[in-house]
Design a protein around this ligand. Structure first.
Ligand SMILES: Cc1ncc(COP(=O)(O)O)c(C=O)c1O
Length: 403
């Protein structure tokens, strides 16, 4: 027993956590060797007091950073009153959050749920119901892009246009097709299949390597879909909620989807997602068609209201855009031989390398800066939207060392 304790003393906090993780948890993640305890702004602190500048923000979820004063106060007040109100009743929080979201988004209605996968799943359910009511049962195929990512539930998994995610989970749900991004000819060809009811796209692909879809492509897609009464679903789970420097990434192009899936940043770290519909799709769901025990949870709704108040404040989006440009220019100006391309919008940035991104990311972690990898060779940056220039500069100084 004492021997075991002695060995334990020599181990780092991360090693000890990993040992327990391997014992008690299913093995699906490859964590960095950091045990996070708390945070402030865009900086997190591990259990040993070491600080890290966080360019990951929980895959973009912690949009307001850590220990945000307004969020903490609102949540604390709510926790001490009541933590959950089911959809058997109203709460003022859900009314406020929904009203703010609809007014800001210029969509018509919202349904709140809990995760990004549930949001894309519900978006597809709405599209299928819309189509089956109008055109019958044989028009329910969802068309999505190769290299996309839409989540891990069975339908969201199938909409994700990467074969490796489908493998082993047989039988796979039917009714999915894929097309190449930014390739309008391929898109038109796939649409010869008359069973397609909706097109699902991330205006900026996140997991796929931070690829911004071209404006002309998106406009043409919307036009064609509109003519054929095929619904356009945008998945802004990662690129939405101010991340790109506008409320939604599609706002850069003055477009509007029929159905919109959001999650991550809208809860600033509290799990919440939503599906927003336009005039055409708002009355598709009828009583009993969908539901969620925790959907519209009162703590989540409290967070949604704070997030919208913060990001819709004058000048917020401009700041995000300016910081993003600053980061991208900084990296481009390094003229590093290891950098193939710097791309993105706002604070959603991909740095494609000609080496494995882990080689750089692992060194940065040791130096107190956190980045997340996507694919083999892209460093992805999704810092809290409130990251300061001081934090940005400190983080970039470290990155520069290894680029
Ligand atoms: C674009 C997009 N859609 C959907 C999802 C799934 O979200 P969740 O992990 O909350 O289910 C993600 C997650 O990364 C995502 O990036």
């Amino acid at each position: 027993m004492s021997n075991c304790n002695e060995t334990n003393l020599e181990k780092s906090s991360a090693e000890k956590a990993k040992e327990k993780w391997d014992k008690y948890f299913m093995n699906t993640y490859a964590q960095m060797p950091v045990v996070i305890d708390k945070g402030e702004g865009a900086t997190v602190v591990d259990v040993d007091g070491k600080k890290y500048i966080d360019f990951t923000s929980g895959y973009g979820a912690s949009s307001l950073g850590y220990n945000n004063e307004k969020l903490v106060k609102a949540l604390q007040e709510q926790v001490s009153k009541i933590t959950h109100v089911s959809n058997l009743f109203f709460s003022q929080s859900i009314i406020d959050a929904g009203e703010k979201l609809i007014k800001a988004s210029k969509m018509s209605k919202v349904f709140f749920i809990n995760s990004g996968s549930e949001a894309t799943e519900l978006a597809m359910k709405i599209a299928r119901k819309y189509s089956s009511q109008k055109y019958g049962e044989n028009r329910g195929t969802i068309l999505s892009l190769r290299d996309s990512f839409h989540g891990r539930t069975m339908m969201a998994l199938m909409a994700t246009g990467v074969d490796k995610y489908h493998k082993y989970f047989y039988p796979l749900p039917e009714g999915f097709k894929y097309t190449e991004k930014n390739n309008i000819e391929d898109f038109k060809k796939v649409l010869e299949d008359k069973s397609i009811c909706a097109v699902l796209m991330e205006p900026i692909q996140g997991e796929g390597g931070v690829h911004v879809l071209e404006e002309d492509y998106l406009k043409e897609v919307i036009k064609i879909c509109h003519d054929k009464d095929i619904l356009v679903i945008f998945d802004e789970v990662q690129c939405g909620i101010g991340r790109s420097g506008k409320l939604f990434a599609y706002n850069h192009y003055n477009l509007q989807p029929d159905i919109l899936a959001i999650a991550k940043g809208i809860g600033a770290g509290i799990p919440v997602s939503g599906v927003l519909t336009n005039e055409k799709t708002s009355s598709v769901l009828k009583p009993g068609d969908h539901g969620s025990t925790f959907g519209g949870n009162i703590l989540a709704m409290t967070a949604v209201s704070v997030v919208l108040d913060e990001i819709e404040a004058p000048g917020f989006y401009e700041e995000v855009e300016a910081k993003g440009k600053y980061i991208m220019n900084y990296i481009k100006n390094l003229n590093s031989e290891k950098v193939v391309e710097v791309r993105g919008k706002g604070l959603m940035i991909g740095v494609e390398l000609n080496i494995n991104a882990s080689d750089i990311i692992d060194k940065c972690v040791e130096d107190g800066v956190l980045f997340v990898k996507t694919g083999e060779n892209v460093i992805r940056m999704l810092p809290p939207l409130v990251i300061t220039y001081d934090e940005i500069n400190k983080g970039l100084e470290v990155l520069k060392k290894y680029l």
